[in-house]
Design a binder for this molecule. Structure first.
Ligand code: ZN
Length: 86
């Protein structure tokens, strides 16, 4: 009977773990949404802070880069390797 008790305890622990994971995922995604709305990114060219969702963006190596102005974007597009840290 000891074995059966152990199994019941294990099932209980797994259930608790799954529940807490589910909660963590839900609160985690909420946090991400708030974070991305408030996120401040750095213009890789002039190091100015740029709000996420700005209109001046470009994609390089599957990463979206945000720029303060069209001229910064043009500099980056011309020489992306100069501004992207490897
Ligand atoms: Zn800039």
């Amino acid at each position: 009977m000891k074995k059966l008790n152990l199994v019941i305890v294990l099932i209980g622990l797994v259930t608790i773990a799954v529940k807490s994971n589910a909660n963590a995922t839900i609160s985690g995604s909420k946090t991400t949404l708030i974070d991305s709305a408030k996120k401040v990114l750095v213009d890789p060219v002039c190091k100015m802070k740029v709000k996420a969702g700005a209109s001046k963006t470009t994609v390089y190596n599957k990463v979206i880069y945000n720029f303060c102005s069209e001229s910064c974007k043009q500099k980056f597009v011309a020489e992306p390797t100069k501004y992207v840290k490897k």
